[in-house]
Design a protein around this ligand. Structure first.
Ligand SMILES: O=C(O)[C@@H](CO)OP(=O)(O)O
Length: 248
């Protein structure tokens, strides 16, 4: 039996401000840093120790990983950064307030933009200053790999190669892997691992900086999964994520 730990980043500035984030490179709040520290404490107290970590190229996930590894006294770990683990690109919505968008376009429309499997928000324009093609960290990507918007299906398609070519072989080689990423890139991985239907993944909301343990069989099929920590707190944090798209 193998174990894999998935973790969303701690609270970011735009989580606090309730803004669509996607590929915007927003940092953690003080609370987010504290959440990452607590996650590291929890992992340490539960006896976890890792051999390699995977993360995105966005600082909220990277910093969460650094803080957790620092807390675990595992800063020496090799870290693989992959753009494929970035948050789902939110297209033209990036930067907008979720509640204000719900008040303007309706909660139902915002739920579609946030959680529909195959419907993406309107694309960003290539001459938009927010366009990732202008950012040096993406200069090695093929133009068609740089998103202007994504639905979760698009995110699944670009996350799976880093699973198949990086994370899965590392686990099979006996390495203990920690993945620090984002709400929707982790939902993409979870949809694939658990073979969830489009309806089932719609209801999955991932709380910030809560270690999610997957137990996997020899073929890396999930046996079970569970969050470490106070279950009532985790339930409340998941409900709070779901409610971010309400008009208030
Ligand atoms: O804004 C985002 O990029 C994501 C994660 O914070 O939000 P949501 O849960 O609305 O998909």
């Amino acid at each position: 039996m193998y174990k894999l730990v998935l973790m969303r980043h701690g609270e970011s500035q735009w989580n606090l401000e309730n803004r669509f984030t996607g590929w915007a490179d927003v940092d953690l709040t003080d609370k987010g840093r504290e959440e990452a520290r607590k996650a590291g404490e929890l992992l340490k107290s539960e006896g976890f120790s890792f051999d390699v970590a995977y993360t995105s190229v966005l600082k909220r996930a990277i910093r969460t990983l650094w803080i957790a590894l620092d807390t675990m006294d595992q800063m020496y770990l090799p870290i693989v950064h992959s753009w494929r683990l970035n948050e789902r690109h939110y297209g033209d919505l990036q930067g907008l307030n979720k509640a204000e968008t719900a008040a303007k376009f309706g909660e139902e429309q915002v739920l579609i933009w946030r959680r529909a499997y195959a419907i993406a928000p309107n694309p960003m324009k290539v001459d938009d200053p927010r366009f990732a093609g202008n950012d040096p960290r993406y200069k090695k990507l093929k133009p068609e790999e740089i998103p202007l918007t994504e639905c979760l299906k698009d995110t699944v398609d670009r996350v799976i190669p880093v699973w198949k070519d990086g994370i899965a072989p590392a686990i099979k080689a006996g390495k203990q892997v920690l993945v620090a990423a984002h709400g929707n890139s982790l939902r993409a991985l979870i949809k694939y691992l658990d073979n969830l239907s489009e309806d089932d993944i719609l209801k999955v909301n991932i709380p910030t900086a809560r270690p999610l343990v997957y137990e996997l069989d020899a073929e890396l099929r999930p046996i079970k999964h569970y969050y470490l920590g106070d279950q009532a707190e985790i339930e409340a944090a998941m409900a709070a994520v779901a409610n971010q798209g309400k008009a208030k």
